[in-house]
Design a protein around this ligand. Structure first.
Ligand code: NAD
Length: 402
């Protein structure tokens, strides 16, 4: 079996490892020792990757996790799946990509196909990853380079690695052909585009499309509230149009590693080229302002002051049925509540521990604000947790809401 190394064993890297492990000899490289130790015991930290699958692969000898970069040597294919966050100044932060390139440059002693799955701006493979790896390896080895942006949606049941079409493009035809061969083992539909830049830009546009439409519906929810009509009924009504409309639903903001981050990667390259990405910055602002809007509504409904009131924030994961709290809107909501003197606790048994605090019981508050409703959380219990419940998810029709 071909040896494949996957750099980064998080949501993307571990998911790919689990699929690729059926066909390749997979080395999962991660610089987090705790993650690696758990993975080698067959314990998954990612929704959608079952421990039983890892155990089976480990037993068959086709998967092992490691923190030792020397284990990457001899790989015919390497997939980069490391974080691409924003800096404090909200600029693209390629430091994780850079450190992955350093690991590869210094340890991969044979020519290989290097595929980037991390989301980044157009030109990342050509102008950043290739030169970085070449410089860390003193230009000694000629690798092939490609991009195949990841579209995984953790926690989703209907679409996965197998049935989600995958975009790809190599820097050369040979790289494209080998990339196709690699993914075709575990992905039904592969879509080749003419350059890595098209694939990179397509990924950013997909998530920008979501970001802008979520912002639009968030603003629309404020308009329908001012009009005294239901945003959900209005959206359902609009959605009866069989073409030219796609329904998005309002919420407390956007979270996770993708929607709040990826559009800023697109805006950064746009602005560098003198094209102001106005939709992206406006959508960012609207989505961030939702937390204040929600707390304003709750305050108004509760006599104009939250001073001393106990508020339970229900669901702090950024979306249902996952434990991922990155960029969660719950954080901003809690910040606004505390600024106004509320005594805040949160409940989310899927997340368990967050920011050093444990999930509180689902009862006994003056006010409950639902940010995320996991399927395992009983709606009736939420309604009984406080005399006033504000639901931002649209799943609790008896509650106050958007
Ligand atoms: N999470 C998603 O749903 C999703 C979907 C599509 C695309 N993406 C993109 O995929 C990339 C990875 O995201 P993720 O959600 O898997 O991140 P993650 O935080 O879940 O996992 C990243 C892993 O990489 C490890 N890591 C960081 N630097 C490393 C290095 N230099 N060498 C080895 N390991 C390193 C971390 O320890 C972590 O385990 C990002 O670019 C993201 O935008 C994510």
């Amino acid at each position: 079996m071909k040896k494949v190394s996957i750099i980064g064993q998080g949501y993307v890297g571990l998911t790919i490892s689990a699929f690729a492990g059926e066909f390749y000899d997979v080395v999962g490289f991660d610089n987090n020792q705790k993650t690696v130790d758990l993975l080698n015991q067959g314990i998954s930290h990612i929704e959608g990757v079952e421990g039983s699958v890892l155990k089976k692969l480990i037993k068959a000898g086709s998967y092992r996790a490691t923190t030792n970069p020397a284990d990457i040597n001899g790989s015919e294919i390497v997939v980069i799946a490391v974080p691409t966050p924003l800096t404090r100044e909200r600029d693209p932060d390629l430091s994780f990509i850079d450190s992955a390139c350093k690991t590869l440059g210094e340890n991969l002693k044979n020519p290989a196909l290097i595929i980037n799955e991390s989301t980044s701006f157009p030109g990342t493979v050509r102008d950043y990853i290739k030169p970085a790896i070449e410089s860390y390896s003193n230009g000694e080895i000629k690798h092939l380079y490609a991009i195949s942006p990841e579209r995984v949606d953790p926690g989703r049941g209907d679409f996965n690695q197998k049935n989600t079409p995958r975009l790809y493009a190599g820097l050369t035809q040979e790289a494209s052909a080998k990339t196709r061969e690699f993914y075709s083992k575990f992905c039904d539909q592969l879509v080749e585009v003419s350059s890595p830049e098209v694939a990179e830009a397509a990924k950013l546009f997909e998530n920008t499309f979501r970001q802008v439409n979520i912002a639009l519906v968030n603003e629309f929810a404020q308009i329908t509230n001012a009009l005294g009509i239901s945003v959900y009924e209005t959206l359902d009504a609009a959605n009866t149009k069989p073409y030219g409309f796609m329904k998005f639903t309002p919420g407390a903001g956007v979270g996770g590693h993708c929607i709040p981050v990826d559009p800023t990667y697109l805006a950064a390259v746009a602005e560098e080229r003198g094209v102001p990405a106005t939709f992206i910055s406006r959508a960012n602002a609207v989505n961030l302002e939702m937390s204040k809007y929600i707390v304003d509504r709750v305050e108004t409904d509760n006599g104009g002051s939250l001073q001393g009131k106990s508020v339970l924030v229900v669901g702090v994961a950024y979306k249902p049925n996952v434990a991922d709290v990155r960029e969660t809107a719950a954080e901003l909501v809690i910040e606004h509540l505390r600024k106004r003197g509320a005594v805040v606790a949160w409940h989310d048994d899927v997340v368990g521990i967050w920011q050093g605090e444990e999930s509180s019981d689902l009862n006994g508050a003056d006010i409950a604000i639902v940010i995320t409703k996991h399927d395992v959380v009983d709606g009736t219990k939420i309604m009984k947790s406080a005399p006033y419940v504000f639901d931002t998810t649209g799943k609790l029709p008896q509650a106050h809401g958007l």
